[in-house]
Design a protein around this ligand. Structure first.
Ligand code: HEM
Length: 470
């Protein structure tokens, strides 16, 4: 990038920086730029201190109060883990309603402050959404144990969330388990590799987007840049579009922007593991109360995405040439024709897979690029809200840190707690890229950096996202 172009971008974005900050509702207190060295703790140095660091042998009032309830759960066919394991800490649930209305529950603490609950209850605690048990796991030691050493116990995604079951789509990659998941994951990794993640062809696609982005910045003639996040969405959506469908759009193209809007409409709203996600009736009631058309918007957006992706698939099927595999869709069609694996291929499956790639890859990358730009212009002492992770499910009765976790429990992994862990990082909330480099400018402490998660179900787009960002 030419120097004057860099300066033009910097000036344009800086003017709008505080506006962006306000929009993101983030405090910008100090411009302190202190360079701190991150320390790699030795195992025996690591101690996470909590107001209430509960262990299986250190039972609190809240856990003992719940014993009756758990006895009831046991009788209601909730599996019990090993003899040694013990009841998880967490707010006391009410029968039937679980922690919907209790202290530290789902309807009282909105939005949920995972870090505060981690501090209060310790690295493993539980809450009940009605009858459904959700286990929260925080702190790098426990997370590494869970994702690496016990990876197979928690490899599944929850398969009972009503909104996911209702929308009449195949489970795709993100929400499937077992052989279907294994096959689709292998196919996706293979196709992403073939279409050049780590190779020049994707680099070229990304560079093309960067050039367009620079032109957009130059067009502003020094005026404030209005919507950086939208620009980043155009970049990240286009890169995925190019890999999946083999072509891109100009950034002001109506089709590209309609597609971005549709995904925004689908993903804004309550998360899947929330009262509204688990009891859709609540969503309808809240929407009625707010007289909001959010639900309608979502349905319309889903319809548009389905129609758009289906027409791309049909076009690919018509022009398919096995001697000229152009993109991700062609790889899928080839696998389908050769019946490489015994799974149900078909249009519905491909549709879900493509929606997953756009859904999991567009906003995450755009948010990362957006924040990286803002940070590079001004190093503020602000909190970065990292993209959340996806829920897991216990495949069998098991334990975490000695606490029993029954088969079917949803497990929420709090990656943020690793990145904000003061026992790993000095002044963890300060923006300080130097903490990741040693004196020879080599990357250090990689094991405590896991935005893409780790283990056998980590992010399949990690390579692509890194290429996009760097
Ligand atoms: C900065 C960008 C990104 C971040 C921070 C990110 C982060 C994550 C995280 C935390 C998970 C959950 C992993 C787990 O359950 O342990 C995930 C899963 C996933 N990501 Fe990403 N991701 C990014 C970009 C992408 C891109 C560009 C794509 C696609 C091209 C993608 C596709 C996926 C898919 C398909 C899954 C589900 C994998 C599975 O269930 O097997 N992600 N990502």
């Amino acid at each position: 990038m030419m120097k004057h172009q860099q300066t033009a971008i910097k000036v344009a974005i800086k003017r709008n920086f505080y506006e962006e900050m306000k929009r993101n509702n983030t405090a910008c207190e100090s411009e302190n730029d202190s360079v701190e060295k991150s320390v790699k703790p030795k195992d025996d140095e690591i101690k996470i201190t909590h107001e209430n660091d509960i262990t299986p042998t250190d039972r609190t009032e809240s856990t003992s109060k719940r014993d009756n309830y758990y006895e009831e759960m046991k009788r209601n066919n909730t599996a019990v883990g090993s003899e040694k394991s013990s009841t998880l800490p967490g707010p006391t649930p009410w029968p039937l309603f679980g922690n919907l209305f209790t202290k530290d529950g789902f309807l009282i603490n909105i939005p949920i402050d995972n870090l505060a609950l981690f501090k209060k209850y310790g690295p493993v605690f539980t809450r009940f959404l009605g009858q459904h048990q959700i286990v929260y796991v925080s702190g790098y030691k426990t997370i590494i144990q869970l994702l690496k050493k016990q990876g197979n116990d928690f490899v599944d995604r929850p398969n009972w969330i009503p909104v996911l079951q209702k929308n009449n789509r195949s489970k795709g990659l993100v929400w499937s388990n077992g052989d279907n998941w294994k096959t689709l994951r292998r196919l996706t990794l293979h196709a992403l590799r073939d279409f050049g993640v780590g190779k020049t062809s994707v680099e070229e696609k990304i560079l093309e987007e960067v050039k367009c982005l620079i032109k957009e910045f130059e067009k502003t003639n020094g005026e404030p840049v209005r919507n950086i996040k939208r620009m980043m969405l155009q970049v990240s959506c286009n890169v995925i579009h190019n890999i999946v469908f083999g072509h891109r759009y100009s950034h002001d193209d109506l089709k590209l922007n309609k597609l971005i809007d549709a995904f925004e409409d689908i993903f804004t709203g309550p998360p899947l593991v929330s009262p509204q996600g688990v009891f859709p009736i609540l969503l309808i009631v809240t929407n009625l109360l707010r007289k909001s058309s959010k639900m309608k918007k979502r349905i319309k957006a889903g319809g548009y995405i389905q129609q758009y992706v289906t027409s791309e698939i049909d076009e690919h099927k018509t022009n398919f040439d096995e001697n000229c595999i152009r993109d991700f869709v062609d790889v899928y069609i080839q696998n389908e024709r050769e019946q490489c694996q015994q799974i149900e291929y078909g249009k519905k499956q491909l549709l879900s897979l493509i929606v997953d790639l756009f859904g999991a890859g567009t906003d995450t990358t755009a948010t990362t690029l957006h924040w990286a730009l803002l940070y590079m212009i001004q190093y503020p002492d602000v909190q970065l809200k990292s993209p959340g992770t996806l829920p897991r499910m216990a495949v069998q009765d098991t334990t975490i840190n000695g606490y029993r976790v029954p088969k079917g429990a949803i497990v929420m992994i709090n990656l943020e707690s690793v990145h904000y862990d003061d026992t790993v990082w000095v002044n963890a909330k300060e923006f300080n890229p130097d903490r990741f480099l040693n004196d020879d400018k080599e990357l250090i402490n990689k094991e405590y950096l896991m935005p893409f998660s780790i283990g056998n179900r980590n992010c399949v787009g990690e390579g692509m996202a890194k290429q996009n960002c760097f």
